[in-house]
Write a protein that binds this ligand. Structure first.
Ligand SMILES: Nc1ncnc2c1ncn2[C@@H]1O[C@H](COP(=O)(O)OP(=O)(O)OP(=O)(O)O)[C@@H](O)[C@H]1O
Length: 315
């Protein structure tokens, strides 16, 4: 568990982070968002002590980070950044094995771990192990960066725009991969991004910062439904918040049981989002969809009225 208690960071007279308190539970994925320069990266880097905080306390499992030896922090906290920070003259294999080697793992164990991580991140060993960072695409380099952050199996992962500067399709596939990894590995993750869709999609807890302070935190749906002020509202997408919320809710949330009438022709999977369902309705000019399970068996119906949240007796 990570706890920041009244933490402040000053650079000279300038206050970059201003008296913030935040607690991130074990296995939670916490996303920090806010305008440029609001203190997100500084907050992240104070957790692994790349930057020392000026005031307040930062605890890992109840113990102040200041009391940890550097080696222990390195083992317990993985760090992935947008520019990847890969060493250009080292192969992929050597880059991923960096922290285990620093921790003096035996060579065969380092090799095994690198193989395991490359498989986890779907990087073929034969194709990529001996390549240099300049020979990788942006998405491959960011996968290597994430593999390296995971190398010593840290409990905590700090990720600073790890998928920044990628095209939307690669970015989405890396977000899916992170969600998949997280469902399996249950790391405690603090993630910084500028991309609100990425933030809403990944966060268990969304933390909105402005000028060094936390202005609101909570589950993405809570913030979308009740933004604390105009700043949070506009950051979250203003008038687009309805669609953003629909992108987080599955069709199964609003579907009704199969009725006696004929089944709608157009289909939608129960795990699809309400936003996807709305898109199908718009595209096909229909107001009813048949909801199907993984075997394509109809299990319910979704009407436009239900999708927009109208109750049954209104329909
Ligand atoms: N080493 C430093 N020395 C002096 N000022 C700094 C230093 N690092 C950051 N700052 C200042 O602290 C403030 C917060 O910076 P930080 O990088 O944490 O913001 P951010 O929210 O991550 O921004 P961005 O989204 O643009 O990356 C900024 O005003 C920045 O100029």
């Amino acid at each position: 568990m990570i706890e920041l208690i009244h933490v402040t960071k000053r650079f000279g007279d300038a206050v970059a982070v201003d008296d913030i308190s935040l607690s991130v539970g074990k296995g939670e994925l916490c996303v920090l968002v806010g305008t440029s320069g609001c203190g997100k990266s500084t907050t992240l880097r104070m957790i692994n002590r790349l930057i020392e905080h000026s005031d307040g306390e930062i605890h890992l499992d109840g113990q102040p980070v200041r009391e940890f030896r550097e080696e222990v922090l390195r083992r317990r906290i993985g760090y992935a950044i947008q520019s990847t920070g890969l060493f250009p003259h080292w192969t992929v294999e050597r880059n991923i094995g960096l922290v285990p080697r620093l921790l003096k793992w035996p060579a065969n164990r380092v090799r095994e771990r690198v193989e395991e991580l490359m498989a986890l991140l779907e990087l073929s060993m034969t194709e990529f192990a001996d390549k240099y960072p300049s020979q990788l695409s942006g998405g491959q380099a960011q996968r290597v960066g994430v593999a390296r952050a995971l190398a010593a199996d840290p409990e905590i992962l700090l990720m600073d725009e790890p998928f920044g500067a990628l095209d939307p399709i690669t970015r989405e596939s890396l977000q899916d991969e992170l969600a998949r990894l997280q469902a399996r590995l249950h790391k405690t993750i603090v993630f910084v991004t500028h991309d609100m869709d990425e933030a809403l999609r990944l966060a268990d807890r969304l933390v909105v910062m402005n000028q060094g302070r936390i202005v609101q935190q909570g589950h993405p749906i809570e913030l979308l439904r009740a933004p604390a002020d105009a700043f949070v509202e506009s950051l979250l997408g203003g008038e687009d918040r309805g669609l953003k919320e629909a992108a987080l809710l599955p069709v199964s949330e609003r579907m009704s049981p199969l009725g006696p009438g004929p089944l709608a022709e157009e289909r939608i999977a129960r795990h699809a989002t309400l936003r996807e369902a709305l898109s199908v309705m718009l595209w096909r000019h229909v107001e009813h969809l048949a909801v199907v399970d993984d075997d394509e068996v109809p299990i319910g119906e979704l009407s436009l009225r239900r999708l927009v949240g109208a109750r049954d007796h209104d329909a």
